[in-house]
Design a protein around this ligand. Structure first.
Ligand code: NAP
Length: 491
């Protein structure tokens, strides 16, 4: 494949070169296929682990589980991997698997439309180029588009303003007055770092988070030496870590007696770390797990610093360089950092996907994104999703889910491009409806649909991001493509 002469029809176009897009590319190449391309809008691989470069950015899943099962990383320096190591790991995967040829950087896919007569997709990119492929797979993920709330008066602020997921590395925090809006998973990681540099820092919190201790540690030379000599140790560690995290499912997701017990533990844990006067505002009153439980050993400590203050009622407006909080107090700032998360429930919103009979994906998903196994949508043949609706986890590594999806999609691609290829594979609408019903039923039993605002549910309360069952059940469900759930050929 050369840049100037793309094939007439690719076997597959993969959108996005994050964990999921790369996983599929590696596995597809291993089947002997070379007729595919990964289109990535940015200038390199890594997805969220390329874009989120804020100080202190790290993963809250242990490194032993934060790599592909078939490509363990021998380089992790610590238990919870820092962002830079994850990005480097993914860049190394590209080199180790010789994927350079199939990656197209600076290529933003803007639309994909299905041609039923040919059984191919026409894919358009931002520069107006057009490509054709038998299969299109989205590896865009759930945390692709930063969310910036509309704060009245933001236009009147004259200092630097940026989002945590697009950190401005030109910005020098030393001695500056900094307003941080939001206190979620990203903020708890960078606030302690920034607090050590800023002149003053105010966190505008809208609601508190449950926070547990992060038992991080640096891996010693002896740790790696043992694992090099006895590779079985690594396999055993990965296996055990997976099941230990899996055991958290009833606690982190179901909201039953175990959750309540854990909540009591967390309340005591946080109570010991928070001044009595701050307990009411820093300890949540919603069930533990309803929002992602955060890991941090230094966020609550940072809030106690003299140069750090907390506005517990969010920000209501900005007047020039003054941010006015819900309590009426105001804070004069030199810079504003939004740590307000991502547009998570509008899947693939930056892309127009037109399936069979002119069906448009964003219209099909008007009431909330849904897909069979989070992978396939009725009316959209030969189109698959990685890390799609209902496949995020709150308790375990999402890479487990991604690898399962990749296996499943590879089977579909095999049937569409093999020696006697099918023209189309499409999930049956009744199978999809049954799956939707199952998701609704299980969602109603989770802690995510009760008592808090989180990024997993739509405004109407529909759970669209998280998988509401233990992850091993997803692995089991996706182990093969069930023919009775799909039309293969003509639907
Ligand atoms: P987040 O956890 O969703 O936090 C967003 C924060 O912004 C919340 O505190 C939210 O308040 C606040 N917010 C939203 N709109 C607001 C508004 N209009 N006014 C004031 N505050 C507002 O976002 P994030 O920190 O970017 O993390 C998102 C996800 O990325 C995480 O849940 C996690 O899955 C992933 N992540 C993972 C890691 C990791 O270690 N693996 C690290 C960072 C991020 P409310 O709580 O009141 O809504």
């Amino acid at each position: 494949m050369s840049e100037t002469s793309p094939p007439l029809v690719y076997d597959a176009i993969i959108i996005g070169a994050g964990f999921s897009g790369l996983c599929l590319a590696i596995r597809l190449q291993e089947t002997g296929s070379t007729n595919f391309v990964v289109m990535e809008k940015s200038d390199g691989v890594g997805g969220v682990w390329r874009h989120n470069t804020y100080p202190g950015a790290a993963c809250d899943i242990p490194s032993v589980l934060y790599s592909f099962s078939f490509e363990r990383n021998p380089e992790w320096t610590r238990k919870y991997p820092p962002q830079e190591e994850i990005r480097t790991y993914l860049e190394d995967c590209v080199v180790r698997h010789g994927l350079e040829e199939c990656l197209r950087f600076g290529t933003e896919v803007t639309s994909a439309s299905y041609d039923e007569s040919e059984g191919t997709w026409k894919v358009e990119t931002a520069d107006g180029s057009q490509f054709r492929a038998r299969v299109v797979v989205s590896g865009v993920g759930q945390l692709d588009r930063p969310f910036l709330p509309e704060v009245p008066g933001l236009d009147s602020f004259s200092g630097p303003v940026f989002h945590s997921a697009r950190w401005d590395h030109e910005f020098d925090a030393r001695g500056r007055r900094i307003a941080v809006i939001g206190n979620g998973a990203s903020a708890v990681q960078f606030v302690p770092v920034l607090a050590g540099e800023a002149g003053s820092l105010r966190v505008f919190q809208r609601s508190p988070n449950w926070i547990m201790r992060k038992r991080d540690r640096v891996f010693s030379a002896a740790y790696w030496d043992r694992r090099r000599r006895f590779p079985i140790l690594r396999r055993a560690e990965r296996f055990l870590t997976y099941w230990l995290l899996e055991a958290r499912f009833p606690v982190f997701a179901r909201g039953g007696p175990l959750s309540r017990l854990f909540e009591r533990y967390l309340r005591r844990h946080m109570g010991r770390r928070v001044a009595p006067s701050q307990r009411e505002v820093l300890i949540p009153d919603y069930p533990a797990g309803c929002k992602r439980i955060l890991l941090s050993g230094d966020y609550l400590k940072a809030l106690e610093r003299e140069n750090v203050s907390l506005e517990a009622d969010g920000v209501v407006r900005i007047e020039g360089n003054r941010l006015v909080g819900g309590s009426g107090d105001s804070f004069e700032a030199d810079a504003i950092i939004f740590a307000t998360g991502f547009q998570t429930t509008a899947f693939l919103a930056s892309l127009r996907v037109e399936g069979r009979d002119g069906r448009v994906l964003s219209e099909v998903w008007e009431e909330g994104a849904h897909a069979h196994l989070g992978i396939a949508v009725a009316g959209f043949p030969n189109f698959f999703l990685l890390y799609g609706p209902n496949t995020n986890l709150g308790h375990n590594s999402v890479i487990v889910m991604i690898e399962s999806q990749v296996r499943f999609i590879l089977e579909a691609i095999g049937r569409l491009t093999g020696s006697s290829p099918a023209k189309a594979i499409e999930v049956r609408s009744d199978a999809m409806a049954r799956f939707d019903e199952e998701m609704r039923r299980h969602a109603s039993g989770t802690v995510w649909t009760r008592g808090c605002r989180n990024w997993y549910t739509t405004r109407s309360g529909r759970l669209v991001n998280n998988w509401p069952l233990p992850s091993w059940r997803y692995v089991w469900r996706t182990r093969r493509l069930r023919e009775r759930d799909f039309c293969i050929e003509d639907c």
